[in-house]
Design a protein around this ligand. Structure first.
Ligand code: NI
Length: 163
C-alpha cells in the first residue's frame, strides 16, 4: 500500500468535480487501499479521491474509535429524508490541516453507493458517519468545508495555509 500525497486548500485541483466510476477493476481496489492507508496515516476519519488528485467518485471512511472499520463508497449519493432534522459537528479536513469548523448538516439521509465490485447498496447512516459522508461527497463536487463559513474567515485560513 502507498501513502498518497494530499492536496491542501487552496489548491485549485480540490475544486474539480469527480467523474463516476465505470470500471470496477484491480486499479480501483488499489486506489481504495492506498486511500485508506493515506487516511489512517493522516489520522483522518474520511478521505475523498479528489484530495489525492484522483478525480473519480470514490470515498473512504472509518469513524470507529479503534480505527478498525474501514468503509468504501463508490459513486455515493444521498437524499435528505428530513430537512428539518439537523446536526452540528466540529469538522476537520486533511486538506485544511489545523482547522476545525462547526458545520450544520441534515442528519436524516438515505445513502446509495456501490462497493468495489460494483454491487449497489443503500442505507440510512447514523451518527458521525452521516456528517462524514456529506463532507466527503462535497469533496467530489469540488466543495470544501470552508465554503460553509464566512468569506472573511475563509480568507484568513487561505493566507495562513499558503505560507
Ligand atoms: Ni475533507
Amino acid at each position: 500500500m502507498t501513502v498518497l500525497n494530499i492536496l491542501t486548500f487552496p489548491d485549485p485541483r480540490l475544486r474539480k468535480v469527480a467523474a463516476p466510476v465505470i470500471k470496477f477493476d484491480k486499479s480501483l481496489k488499489k486506489l481504495t487501499e492506498d486511500m485508506l492507508e493515506t487516511m489512517y496515516q493522516g489520522n483522518g476519519i474520511g478521505l475523498a479521491a479528489t484530495q489525492v488528485n484522483v478525480h473519480k467518485r470514490v470515498i473512504v471512511i472509518d469513524v470507529s474509535d479503534d480505527r478498525t472499520d474501514p468503509k468504501i463508497f463508490i459513486n455515493p449519493e444521498f437524499e435528505i429524508k428530513d430537512n428539518k432534522s439537523l446536526f452540528s459537528f466540529s469538522e476537520g479536513c486533511l486538506s485544511i490541516p489545523g482547522y476545525n469548523e462547526e458545520i450544520t448538516r441534515p442528519d436524516k439521509i438515505l445513502l446509495k453507493w456501490q462497493d468495489v465490485n460494483g454491487k449497489f447498496h443503500e442505507e440510512e447512516p447514523e451518527g458521525i458517519l452521516t456528517v462524514c459522508i456529506q463532507h466527503e461527497i462535497d469533496h467530489l463536487e469540488g466543495k470544501l468545508m470552508v465554503d460553509y463559513i464566512s468569506s472573511l474567515k475563509r480568507e484568513r485560513i487561505r493566507s495562513k495555509l499558503r505560507k
